[in-house]
Design a binder for this molecule. Structure first.
Ligand SMILES: NC(=O)C1=CN([C@@H]2O[C@H](COP(=O)(O)OP(=O)(O)OC[C@H]3O[C@@H](n4cnc5c(N)ncnc54)[C@H](O)[C@@H]3O)[C@@H](O)[C@H]2O)C=CC1
Ligand SMILES: C=CC1=C(C)/C(=C/c2[nH]c(/C=C3N=C(/C=C4\NC(=O)C(C)=C4C=C)C(C)=C\3CCC(=O)O)c(CCC(=O)O)c2C)NC1=O
Length: 292
């Protein structure tokens, strides 16, 4: 059994505590237990789990794993602390707010012989799984993905990083991309922002990503994907699954801890994650150079 600590008790951290207390039976998630949680606030017990200090979490021998569920701006620092203390880390996406930080963290995990796992629940959603099946083997001519959602606090980072899940979809579906242009429109008073990024695929086909957030905007994704044989204008509705998204991620992390995930799969995942973070950084640079 591996003892774990959950750092940051917001939406994601609370789900992690709940899932660790009731792991999917007969899965690798059952190898994890929860020993405590860390928060900047003083909180009561969460489902019988007690608050501990970060120092205790870092030093206790019965804690071998940390779940980093805080705002994005503090992920890097928390990951570094726990890896340096010899603990495996599962972090909610994005692992860092720059490409070079992420690459450094990965080197550190490798040096220490520890698992560093970045959660990507967007790849487990029924709609995504169905979309991926539906377009398998088709040749993209051009496409767009438009996300809308409520406004985020500033410590979630530049929108190409907080929206890394949309980039992950595009890269997982269409392979490596090149950023051609990106712009950001912001209205701080209205807490509104719209990021538009233009990419080319390896086959030189154009793809557009729009990430739009504002107070009261509903969480939604709109697609327009034109292939050689057909055009998709709506996300397919996938079959709802009995196992929750964060639980599916927990099982994957558990399998990594057990050494059950093949090296090629780990390497492909790491390349995808680093490529997405590189794209996020390129987008940020484009936006900042046009803003200057
Ligand atoms: N909510 C969701 O469905 C999903 C969230 N994520 C990721 O999960 C992470 C957290 O997001 P949410 O839970 O939605 O945000 P949230 O705002 O609900 O929670 C963040 C929590 O971390 C706490 N925190 C911040 N700094 C801390 C520190 N130094 N020590 C201890 N606690 C600290 C805050 O008080 C807050 O409760 C983000 O990285 C996000 O990208 C990823 C996928 C889905
Ligand atoms: C209701 C308020 C609500 C909040 C505050 C919320 C926050 C929230 N959801 C996220 C992702 C996500 N959130 C969900 C799904 C949910 N997440 C949930 O909290 C709930 C109730 C669902 C409903 C099933 C999914 C699937 C992702 C992954 C990215 C995606 O595919 O959109 C993220 C990470 C950044 C991002 O990708 O946008 C945040 C901060 N989600 C919400 O729905």
């Amino acid at each position: 059994m591996l003892g774990s600590v959950v750092v940051g008790v917001g939406i994601a951290g609370s789900v992690r505590i709940r899932d660790l207390l009731a792991p999917l039976s007969s899965s690798a998630a059952e190898k994890l237990t929860v020993k405590g949680f860390v928060s900047r606030r003083t909180l009561p017990e969460q489902h019988g789990v007690q608050q501990i200090s970060i120092e205790e979490a870092l030093s206790r021998n019965d804690i071998q794993v940390a779940f980093v569920c805080t705002e994005n701006s503090s992920h890097e620092e928390h990951i570094r602390q726990f890896l340096n203390a010899g603990k495996h880390v599962c972090v909610e996406y994005p692992m860092a707010l720059s490409y070079s930080s992420a690459a450094d963290l990965w080197d550190l995990a490798q040096q220490k012989g520890l698992v560093l796992h970045e959660e990507h629940i967007e790849l487990f959603t029924p709609d995504y799984k169905q979309l991926k099946k539906d377009i398998a083997g088709k040749k993209l001519e051009e496409g767009s993905l438009h996300f809308t959602g409520g406004s985020l606090k500033p410590d979630f980072g530049f929108p190409s990083f907080s929206g890394i899940a949309r980039l992950t979809w595009l890269v997982d579906l269409f392979g490596e991309l090149t950023v051609k242009e990106a712009t950001l429109v912001e209205d701080e008073e209205r807490k509104y922002m719209k990021l538009t990024a233009h990419f080319l695929t390896k086959d030189q086909k154009p793809l557009t990503w729009v990430e739009e957030r504002g107070v009261g905007m509903g969480r939604a994704k709109h697609i327009h994907l034109r292939f050689d044989s057909c055009t998709l204008t709506e996300l397919p509705a996938g079959q709802r699954e009995p196992v929750g998204l964060f639980m599916q991620d927990l099982v994957l992390f558990g399998r990594k801890l057990q050494g059950e995930v093949p090296t090629e799969e780990l390497q492909a995942e790491q390349s995808r994650i680093l490529h997405c973070l590189q794209l996020a950084e390129n987008i940020q640079q484009f936006c900042q150079s046009t803003a200057a």
